[in-house]
Each structure stands twice: as C-alpha cells, then as structure tokens.
Design a protein around this ligand. Structure first.
Ligand code: HPA
Ligand code: ZN
Length: 341
C-alpha cells in the first residue's frame, strides 16, 4: 500500500471536524485579501513572508499572531468570507460536518454590530451548505486571558442571537495561570441554557486542567486534552465515560505544545481506549488540512486504514449533529473500501 493510496483514502473518508477556529482557518490568500481590503500593514503582504510569520516560537507567540490576524476581521463580509473559505477547504478534505469555533466578542470589540456578526455567520452557513454540501455547527468561545467578564459577555451574545446551528460554549487561549474553575458560573448558566460544554484543556498544561474542565465546567469533550496522558486515572475516566478528546497533532507541534510529532501522545491515548478525534485547530496558520491529519496518523504512528476509519467513526459519535446525519455518515464510512495493506 503506497502513501498515495492512504492519502486518497484519508481524503475520501467521510469525516467530521470538531475543533477548528474560524479566524485560524484563514488561509494565506485569505489573510492577504483581508489585509489588502482594509489597507492593513500589520501582517506581511508577501505570501512567503506570511508563511514565515506563521512560524511560532511557542504558544504565547502563536496567541500574539492569532490576535493580529483577528484584528484584520473588521466587517460582516469578512466574517462571511472566512466561513465560506473554511467550508470550501474542509469540504475539499472530505469533511461533511464541522463544528466551528467562533469568538464573537473579538468581532464586537473591533466595532462590529453584534447582530451583524450573527447574520454574517448565518449567511456563511447557508453558502457552505449550498456551495460545498457541508453542514456547520457553531461553538462560541471566550478567550481565557480576557477573564470572566468576557465569558459573560460572550454568553449574553449567544443567548441573545443563538444563530441556527449553535451547539456549544467554549473556552480557549492560554491555560497557564488561567484555571478553568474561574469560568464555572458562566459554564453552568450556558449548560442550563442547553449549550454543550466544550472547553480547551490539557493543551499547554497538565491533567489537573482537564480534571477541572470535567468537574467544574461539565466538559462533554475536551479541546486537545493531550496532556491527560500522564494521569492513568484520568485516562481511565475518559475511556470509561466516553469523553472524546479533540486531538490536533500538527497544531501541537507547531505551537510547541509537544516537542515533536514522534513525542505526540496520540498512540498512547488510543491504546488506552480514550475516544480520540482528529482535527486541524487553525488550518490556515498551521498549513494543514483534515485529510492530512489522518495521513499524519498513518505516517507518524502507523495507524492502518481500518484504524483511521475507526477515528472517523469516533468523530461522528462525538459530534452534535442530527442522528440522521450520523447514520448517513456511519453508513458511508462502513461502505468505503479499505486500501489493501
Ligand atoms: N488553543 C488555545 N487558543 C486558541 C487555539 C487553541 O488551540 N486556537 C486558537 N486559539
Ligand atoms: Zn483550539
């Protein structure tokens, strides 16, 4: 079996993407177009220089750069363009359903009308379905470094606008010094309002953060969660309660969350029986796509096509789409012929 066979299989496999940030999905051409549209000189205007700009020294540097790109998104048309671009790229990689993480207050903070942000997302969602046949759900998150006030503002925005496709409430940004428990109350209110709890935890800090996400925030999936690997009791808990991890291998290497792909805990998580899903996180900034993440799992960790199909099934099970779409995706995955080894 050649790499080409597995690459084609990884692309053809019907997939869901559960961890992808709207702004981080902006490809190099999209960022260049945004900067040109607004005459912004805050990011390089040359594609090669922009690719270099996306070389992150560490996680803090990544967060800084993310914010620079975020500041280029200043109007509703920018938001719609990002959604359509994300949908186009995801569909090209074989994604059928994506839960997109959007940080609404970051758009409101640069002066956009709150209702216009919701309308722009909906327009993008409709175009994603019509033009690329991909269904989108929304996870609305707050950045931890902006504190609990911003978490409440985000929740107010969600409860007021609740665009069609809304599935959950999230928490991203740095983890060091920003305990998940700070956000217990907004997450409690969000859950009472029927939103799924989908925080990041265990990306740049250890198992204690994941425990806090579970016990304080009622997390139903964990964004990243890779550093759970050092706590056998936590691994048992995740496996027993079927709590999926949204694993993003290329992201983890690019932000320095793991020292190298060879050191990535993905194989150990799988061996322990933890539900693992594969995702891109910020595909525009990390120059990755979802089919490529499945191929990485084959090339770096030796996962077989049957094991890749099983990860795709885990993703479907972990998604908050309709039961009907889940049945369709499961049937299509089951029907796909495995390349011979
Ligand atoms: N972690 C934390 N903050 C982020 C991420 C992430 O994966 N992507 C965009 N902002
Ligand atoms: Zn993320």
């Amino acid at each position: 079996m050649s790499t080409n066979d597995v690459a084609a299989f990884a692309r053809a496999l019907p997939k869901v993407e559960l961890h992808v940030h709207l702004v981080g999905s902006a490809s190099v051409p999209t960022v260049l177009a945004l900067a040109a549209r607004h005459g912004a000189a805050t990011v390089p205007s040359d594609p090669a220089e922009l690719a270099e700009y996306y070389r992150f020294r560490d996680f803090a540097h990544f967060v800084d750069i993310y914010q620079t790109v975020n500041a280029l998104v200043t109007g509703p048309a920018d938001v719609t363009d990002l959604v359509v671009g994300l949908a186009r790229d995801a569909a090209a990689g074989g994604v059928r359903y994506a839960e997109v993480t959007v940080t609404p207050m970051s758009h409101v903070h640069v002066g956009m009308d709150p209702a216009a942000v919701a309308d722009a997302l909906l327009e993008g969602r409709e175009r994603a379905a019509a033009e690329f046949g991909i269904e989108l759900g929304w996870i609305f998150d707050t950045a931890g470094e902006l504190g609990v006030e911003n978490a409440w503002d985000t929740l107010d925005w969600v409860l007021k606008h609740r665009p069609e496709g809304t599935v959950g409430y999230g928490l991203a940004g740095p983890e060091i010094g920003i305990g998940r428990a700070l956000f217990t109350r907004p997450f409690t209110v969000a859950r009472e309002a029927g939103l799924h709890s989908l925080p990041h935890a265990g990306e740049t800090t250890g198992p204690a953060t994941v425990w806090s996400a579970l016990t304080d925030l009622g997390a139903e999936r964990i964004g990243h969660g890779i550093h759970s690997v050092t706590d056998p009791r936590l691994l048992d808990h995740l496996a027993e309660h079927r709590i999926p991890l949204e694993v993003c291998p290329t992201s983890n290497v690019r932000t320095g969350a793991v020292p190298s792909m060879a050191a990535h805990p993905l194989p150990r998580l799988l061996q322990w029986g933890v539900p693992v899903t594969l995702n891109t996180d910020d595909p525009g900034m990390f120059d990755c796509d979802i089919a490529g993440e499945y191929l990485v799992a084959h090339e770096a960790f030796g996962l077989t096509p049957a094991e890749l199909a099983q990860i795709a099934r885990t993703g479907v099970d972990a998604a908050f789409c309709s039961a009907e779409l889940k049945r369709t995706l499961h049937a299509e995955i089951d029907a796909l012929a495995l390349p011979e080894i």
